[in-house]
Design a protein around this ligand. Sequence first.
Ligand code: FES
Length: 106
Amino acid sequence: MPTITFITAEGKQHAVTAEIGRSVMEIALEKNIPGVVAECNGSAACATCHCYFDPAFAAAIGPIGEHESDMLDFTASPRRPESRLSCQVRVADALDGMTVHIPAVQ
Ligand code: FES
């Protein structure tokens, strides 16, 4: 299973193994990573699963969807080029070693 490292806004690192096919949001909740709220439970309707993904993995993550991009305009923390909704990113072998920064505010 790939390893993903979540980094909280305070800089604490949590390296976890992630089941392929699950969303990164689901992994964060399952592993009790603080800071990912996910109010809509993965429906891409709340933007409280917003995270900053390692730009080196952008191609492996895949392109951002139009709806996801629209929702990222409503994040509580600033949108950046590496912003994604973690509920819309699926774990794959190609994401092994990726870091995911959790914003200070969701
Ligand atoms: S969990 Fe609501 S947008 Fe991702």
